[in-house]
Design a protein around this ligand. Structure first.
Ligand code: HEM
Ligand code: SF4
Length: 599
């Protein structure tokens, strides 16, 4: 069974050889620790907070797409070299944690066999080019941006400019009117447009969040689709030539634009585009006006029984430190559960009679068994692929409507049948202090508290469709909390009795109509009280919304003072009122010591 759109892999045989060669040079003392670190990052390999031999390995999944065969490879790598589960990131990648250094070559080999690459997944490079998970099947897109995003991915992967940039560079493609990939927080954001019958993109540049939130500015309202590669090349050249290589904290392209001014930046890009054109430029590997189209799969594999799926999903055991996914297979979920799931997790495709289905992955985690189950279900019900999303879920597409019940029964059997996609119960979280060196708090622990709180009160999450709760363990914002309806950023508060983990609570972030709106700081909430704060905010929305107003829209307009007053008692904590557990970061079991790395 193959995908409806066969897709060559992204791995290259020379990648492993060059990794081993550099490792050898480092081990023989021919290159220093800094050079080795820079190289490792360009191969998707971060040192973890624990130091020593523990590594994070990020697999680059262009447009978040993984075939069934690739899901099986990810499952194997997770089982053999990580904790027997994988973590989906907000930029549509998959990460493994606690991979021992000595096992990296074996992991890279298995990934490469499946066409998967880690090249330029981290480091100062053109990072994964993200794409809308509903592209190609969405009702309101002017055309499918996927082939163009894929062409950019391939053209710039291992491109000489790509790995020699001053800093990382992020690109996103969207076709829907709702922005599922948050184009304006990217270095380059492309939104599909048709003008005068021609395909093209509205392009924004120099967005980003972290310690300086900047909305991408309109670079061109309509870039003819055939000029996509040349425009990216021109912008990369400008950034490569003029970007700051000294001050690492201030060298994303948004800082260059600030320094040069928008007019000068635009002029530099225009001049560079002329040069690229004069040199002949680069051509898309297809007719820009008639890109390859996805079609319904011609045949589907037979469906496994729910019992088989449950056995597969629960096989093996999870290992290693940190919060593990909780797999709860349900063999008889009932009609009401199906209806609730259908309401939140199923979206009709523009192709009649077919649907795109979201399998919700709590904390973005999927076990090896669940990845294998997803592979089988993608082959039996979808087109043999899944698309991982910014909200850390997996979307199966091309599912016949009459097969939805069957698919749901099997997803539930795999412990993947949770309802509430696109609600506050589908909490987004960065890896946080469990593994990340930069973290202040264990974002995953609080994310799980919020999720458990809302799962126990399903009416609450259902009352605020479209509301996102995103949790980051530090200001870098890898969960994209700056652009969430409720954004949480880990921090610490000193009391006489010790340090209390707390979260900066931002309200009203989001991307609407191509514009990024950054959340406003409303309160600083001790970690254990965060679920109560989320509940109150949903209550406030229910009590004070205008007719037809969505929760994200309400949170964007509500006065910060109103929210602060609502949360005042939760915010106030002192040595007398703090309970012993307030000094322990959720997700950890020892007293909270900010700044101290876990062992
Ligand atoms: C070891 C773990 C990590 C480290 C050390 C790290 C480092 C950083 C830093 C320093 C920034 C701010 C840089 C800037 O915008 O100039 C940042 C932002 C960001 N990172 Fe991470 N990160 C880690 C993990 C992750 C993960 C797991 C993801 C999820 C894919 C991620 C995705 C992002 C995103 C989305 C942003 C925010 C803003 C943007 O897109 O510009 N990072 N990270
Ligand atoms: S937001 Fe901070 S804590 Fe979370 S992964 Fe990013 S750098 Fe680490």
């Amino acid at each position: 069974m193959s995908a409806s759109h066969p897709r060559p892999g992204f791995s290259h045989p020379s990648d492993l050889a060059s990794f081993l060669e550099m490792l050898g040079r480092f081990e023989r003392g021919e290159i220093g620790a800094d050079a080795w670190r820079a190289f490792r990052l360009l191969r998707g390999n971060y040192p973890q907070r624990q130091g020593g031999e523990e590594n994070m390995l990020r697999v680059k999944l262009p447009q978040g797409i993984a075939t069934a065969g690739q899901l099986r490879a990810l499952a194997e790598v997770a089982e053999r070299h990580s904790r027997a589960f994988a973590h989906v990131t907000t930029r549509e990648n998959v990460q493994f944690h606690f991979v021992q250094s000595a096992e990296l070559p074996a992991a890279l080999t298995r990934l490469a066999e499946a066409g998967l690459t880690t090249v330029e997944a981290c480091g100062n490079a053109v990072r994964n080019v993200v794409g809308c998970p509903f592209a190609g099947v969405a009702a309101d897109e002017p055309f499918d941006p996927t082939p163009y995003a894929e062409a950019v991915s391939r053209h710039f992967l291992r491109h000489p400019l790509s790995s020699t940039l001053p800093r990382k560079f992020k690109i996103a493609f969207e076709g829907c009117s709702e922005d599922h990939v948050l184009t304006p927080i990217h270095d380059l954001g492309f939104r599909a447009r048709v003008e005068g019958g021609r395909r093209g993109f509205a392009v924004t540049a120099a967005g980003g969040t972290a310690t300086l939130c900047a909305a991408g500015q309109p670079l061109t309202p309509f870039l003819p689709a055939g000029e996509v590669l040349d425009l990216v090349e021109a912008v990369l050249r400008v950034f490569h030539r003029l970007g700051d290589r000294q001050n690492r904290k201030k060298n994303r392209m948004k800082f260059l634009v600030r320094q040069l001014g928008w007019e000068r930046f635009q002029a530099e890009v225009a001049a560079e585009r002329e040069r690229v054109r004069a040199e002949g430029g680069a051509r898309l590997p297809f007719d820009a006006e008639a890109a390859p189209e996805e079609r319904a799969p011609e045949g589907r594999a037979p469906a496994p029984s729910p019992a088989e799926v449950a056995a597969l999903a629960t096989a093996g055991s999870l290992t290693g430190p940190g919060l593990h996914p909780r797999v709860s297979p349900t063999l008889d979920p009932g009609a009401a559960a199906f209806e609730a799931w259908r309401a939140s997790n199923v979206r009709p495709q523009r192709q009649p009679g077919l649907a795109a289905v979201t399998a919700l992955l709590p904390l973005g985690d999927a076990t090896s068994g669940q990845l294998r189950a997803l592979a089988l279900l993608a082959e039996a019900y979808g087109d043999g692929t899944v698309r991982f999303t910014r909200t850390q879920d997996a979307v199966l597409r091309w599912v016949p409507e009459e097969a939805l019940v069957g698919l749901y029964l099997r997803l539930a059997a795999a412990g993947l049948g949770l309802a509430g996609a696109g609600t506050a119960a589908d909490v987004v979280a960065c890896p946080g202090a469990e593994t990340c060196r930069l973290a202040v708090t264990q974002s995953r622990g609080v994310a799980r508290l919020v999720e458990d709180h809302l799962r126990a009160r399903p009416a609450l999450a259902a009352a605020a469709p479209g509301l996102e709760v995103n949790v980051s363990g530090c200001p870098n914002g890898c969960s994209q909390h700056h652009v969430a309806g409720i954004g949480l950023q880990g921090s610490a508060r000193k009391l006489e009795g010790g340090a209390v983990p707390q979260y900066f609570l931002l309200v009203g972030g989001g991307v609407v109509g191509g514009e990024a709106r950054f959340g406003r700081l409303a309160a600083k909430i001790p970690a254990r009280r965060v679920p109560a704060a989320v509940e109150r905010l949903i209550g406030l929305y229910q009590a004070e919304r205008e007719a037809g107003e969505s929760a994200p829209a309400f949170l964007a307009r509500v006065e910060v003072a109103r929210v602060k007053a609502l949360l005042r008692d939760l915010e106030a904590i002192d040595a007398a009122s703090a309970r012993p557990e307030d000094y322990v970061d959720p997700g950890d079991d020892r007293p909270f010591r900010p700044g101290e790395e876990t062992t």
